[in-house]
Design a protein around this ligand. Structure first.
Ligand SMILES: [Zn+2]
Length: 387
């Protein structure tokens, strides 16, 4: 184990120990760990552009030779709360064998530790590459909240020719991600005594009819909208609540739905499709909408990432996609910047009790991010070539 290996493990341990549960949402301690780590390298500037004091959003910047591309790494510091059923300290950062335990170890403080260590390594050789490396270390990703990456998009602060989001992928290259629509449907009826249902309008019956409509008319169609990497589009009824008493005709019922999109579907079309099916039978509130995205299989960002992983690990990585949600769409669709996801964490470890990360993947991620940056920022692309 060389010094850099120990460094990234210690950095992840420090990040895990710096609790950043969301809710409630306070990433100050974890951001402090990042700042302290990067402060050791004079060439790296760090600015907090967060919208709230307790929600720091760090933008780190490192310049190589003039010219060249700009690449941006993204990682979120917030984690879901630890919850129960842990057999380890969720904020201890203890290691055993190849595993490092703690909330956020896989999702996704490990990815952040990996690219920060790579950026420090790049700083040490910054005469040997051309361009700019940026890191966005953000709060508020877990709920898809407004003070994280989205605030960079809204303020026009996204930059770069390529974005690498360090969400868990076990160092596979993810080049696609599903889109999401969360919506609330409110059915309004008219109350009446339960012994005379004909005098009322049953809101639960209306909701039940709608659920059948979604299941029979929409769900089968969505199963045919397939993507080769991330599977099919879908709809799921997540919650239902309504009624007050057994002997009262319910005058209200609320249903929430979760619609997932594949890259071939446009958000506006999926929205219109739902509106058409619901057809005014319920009051409709859009709780969250984000598009799917896909970066082409032959895009240089994808092919160079595959080569970088192959160079480090000795074999080409799987190319896949993320079925869940992440901030990556804000860069890919929001700002139109080619984006991939690659990180040392494991999707299966995210949000579970006894969450852990592989120490060997964590170490390899530093080499992968470094190798990828060197490939994307060749010295010949800047001024001073041949110097
Ligand atoms: Zn995550």
């Amino acid at each position: 184990m060389n010094a850099a290996d120990g460094e990234v493990v210690e950095l992840l341990q420090a990040l895990v120990r710096a609790r950043s549960d969301n809710p409630p949402g306070d990433e100050r301690r974890a951001a402090g760990v990042v700042r302290d780590y990067l402060a050791q390298e004079e060439a790296i500037s760090v600015e907090d552009v967060g919208l709230l004091p307790e929600r720091p959003l760090l933008v780190a910047r490192l310049e190589g030779r003039p010219g060249g591309r700009t690449i941006t790494f993204n990682g979120h510091l917030d984690t879901v709360p630890a919850g129960n059923d842990w057999t380890r300290d969720p904020f201890g950062g203890e290691t055993e064998g190849d595993r490092l335990y703690g909330r956020g170890s896989s999702d996704m403080k490990g990815g952040i530790a990996g690219f920060l260590a790579a950026i420090r390594r790049l700083a040490a050789v910054r005469d040997n590459w051309a361009g700019t490396v940026i890191a966005h270390v953000v709060p508020d990703e877990e709920p898809g909240g407004p003070v994280g990456t989205e605030s960079l998009l809204k303020r026009g602060m996204m930059e770069g020719d390529a974005v690498i989001v360090a969400e868990p992928s076990e160092l596979a290259v993810f080049r696609a991600q599903k889109g999401t629509i969360f919506a609330t449907l409110r059915f309004v009826g008219r109350a009446a005594h339960g012994s005379r249902p004909e005098q009322g309008v049953n809101a639960i019956d209306a909701a039940a009819d709608m659920i059948v409509t979604l299941r029979e008319r929409l769900a089968p169609e969505l199963r045919h909208r397939m993507h080769e990497l991330i599977g099919s589009a879908s709809i799921n009824v997540g919650t239902i609540s309504g009624g007050t008493r057994t002997n009262v005709v319910p005058d209200a019922c609320t249903v929430t739905i979760d619609r997932r999109l594949v890259p071939a579907e446009r958000l506006e079309d999926a929205t219109a499709e739902l509106e058409q099916l619901i057809d005014g039978r319920a009051e409709l509130v859009w709780d969250h909408r984000s598009p799917a995205f896909e970066t082409a299989a032959d895009h240089w960002l994808v092919t160079e990432a595959q080569k970088a992983v192959a160079a480090v690990r000795g074999s080409a990585p799987p190319v896949s996609g993320l079925r869940g949600a992440s901030d990556a769409w804000l860069y890919a669709q929001g700002a139109g910047i080619p984006t991939i996801l690659i990180g040392p964490g494991e999707v299966d470890q995210a949000h579970i009790a006894d969450e852990s990360a592989s120490v060997s993947l964590l170490r390899e991620s530093v080499d992968v991010y470094y190798e990828l940056a060197r490939r994307l920022l060749p010295p010949g692309s800047g001024l001073g070539e041949g110097a």
